[in-house]
Write a protein that binds this ligand. Structure first.
Ligand SMILES: [Fe+2]
Length: 351
C-alpha cells in the first residue's frame, strides 16, 4: 500500500546535512517559509496628502535644477515596502517642472503615465508628438518611447507619474537611453495622437493601424472623460463597487492602454458609498477632485482634492464620497500583468 513515509532522523544528522547544503548554495524547501493560502502584500494601505506634497514639490524646485536631476521627482514610498515605491509593482511619484524649464529627452523599458495635477499649457513630447497638458489629463509615454517635458507657461507644472519600474526591475529587464540632444524636434500638429485616435471608435483608414503593443492614443483629456462620465451618470447607476467607472483603453483593441498598466477614472455621486471588493492587483489612486474616504483593509483613508492613496493587492476597498460634489478618482493597476499570466482573481465581500 502506498503511504506517506515516516523517517525519524537525529537533529545532529539533519543539522549536518543542512550545513553541507548551505555550503553548496542549496536549500531544503521543507524548512522555513510556510505556505501562504492567499496573497499577503508587504505593502500597506496609505494616503499621501496634497497639502503635504505640494510644498515639498515647490521646495524641490528651489533646491534642485533639471540640470542636476534627470527628473525632479518625489517618490511616494509605501511605509512597509523595502524599495521606494507606492505599491509592489507600480510607482506613484510627483514631478514638478517650473516655468521656463525642460526635462531632457530619454527613453526606458519601464512605461509611464502622467496624470496632470496642476498647470495648463506645459507639454510632453512623445516620439516627436507634442502633447498638451491640462489638469486631469492622462498622458502616456509607453515603453521605449522618447519623451521630454517642457513648461513654457508662467506657473509650475506638477503631475503624478505612474511607472512599472519595480516590476521591470524585478524581471531584470530594464534598458535606458539618453537622447542625442536635450529635446526632441517637435513634429507637425497640435496634438497628433489625439487628432488621429481621440475619437475612440473612428480611426484614419488611409494608413495601417499601428502595430505597437500599446495604445496609439497618448493623450486622454479630462474634458472628454468628464463629459462621458457625466453623460453616463445621468442614465446609469454604474458599478455597485466603483460607481460610474471608465477604463482608458487602447482604441484599436479595446484593451488596456499599455501592456502592464490599466488606467481608470471613476465618478462617485455625492453621498455614494460603494460595496467592498478586492482583486489580485495593486492599485494607486489619485483624487482629481472631491472629498471623502476609502476603507482599505479595514483602515480608513481620508482623502480630498489631489491626494494619492494606495491599495495593496487582495485588499478589500470601499469608497465613500462624503462631499457635496461629485468625486473623480483616477486609478492605475497592474491588472494586465495578472491577466496575461492568468493570476487574476476578484472577490466581493459577503454582506
Ligand atoms: Fe522617463
Amino acid at each position: 500500500m502506498l503511504k506517506l513515509s515516516d523517517i525519524k532522523s537525529s537533529e545532529e544528522d539533519l543539522q549536518d546535512y543542512y550545513a553541507q547544503l548551505r555550503s553548496q548554495h542549496v536549500a531544503p524547501a521543507w524548512i522555513g517559509g510556510g505556505i501562504s493560502l492567499e496573497p499577503k502584500s508587504k505593502a500597506v494601505p496609505h494616503v499621501w496628502h496634497w497639502r503635504d506634497l505640494r510644498p515639498q514639490a515647490m521646495r524641490a524646485a528651489q533646491l534642485v535644477g533639471t540640470e542636476q536631476a534627470e527628473r525632479r521627482v518625489l517618490r511616494l514610498t509605501n511605509p512597509e515596502l523595502p524599495g521606494v515605491s507606492a505599491s509592489n509593482t507600480l510607482v506613484a511619484n510627483i514631478q514638478i517642472v517650473m516655468p521656463g524649464e525642460i526635462a531632457r529627452a530619454h527613453r526606458h523599458s519601464a512605461l509611464a503615465l502622467r496624470l496632470i495635477i496642476e498647470g495648463t499649457g506645459g507639454y510632453t513630447v512623445v516620439n516627436g508628438d507634442r502633447i498638451p497638458m491640462a489638469p486631469g489629463d492622462l498622458v502616456l509615454t509607453p515603453n521605449w518611447t522618447w519623451h521630454d517635458h517642457a513648461n513654457d507657461t508662467d506657473a509650475p507644472m506638477i503631475w503624478l507619474d505612474g511607472l512599472d519600474t519595480p516590476l521591470v526591475r524585478m524581471l531584470e529587464a530594464g534598458f535606458y537611453e539618453e537622447y542625442y540632444k536635450e529635446t526632441q524636434t517637435v513634429g507637425a500638429g497640435a496634438d497628433p495622437s489625439f487628432v488621429k485616435y481621440g475619437d475612440g471608435g473612428l480611426r484614419p483608414a488611409w494608413e495601417p493601424a499601428p502595430a505597437a503593443p500599446y495604445s496609439p492614443l497618448w493623450h486622454y483629456p479630462m474634458s472628454q472623460a468628464r463629459d462621458t462620465l457625466e453623460r453616463l451618470a445621468a442614465e446609469h447607476p454604474g458599478s455597485p463597487f466603483d460607481g460610474v467607472i471608465l477604463e482608458y483603453t487602447n482604441p484599436l483593441t479595446g484593451g488596456p492602454a499599455m501592456p502592464t498598466i490599466a488606467c481608470y477614472i471613476q465618478r462617485l455621486r455625492p453621498g455614494e458609498r460603494t460595496q467592498a471588493y478586492r482583486h489580485v492587483c495593486c492599485t494607486n489612486y489619485h483624487v482629481i477632485e472631491g472629498s471623502g474616504h476609502s476603507v482599505v483593509g479595514g483602515q480608513r483613508l481620508d482623502w480630498e482634492d489631489k491626494d494619492v492613496f494606495t491599495v495593496p493587492t487582495w485588499t478589500f476597498r470601499e469608497h465613500v464620497n462624503s462631499g457635496d460634489r461629485p468625486a473623480f478618482l483616477f486609478s492605475f493597476t497592474d491588472k494586465p500583468v495578472m491577466r496575461a499570466l492568468d493570476l487574476y482573481r476578484e472577490e466581493t465581500k459577503a454582506v
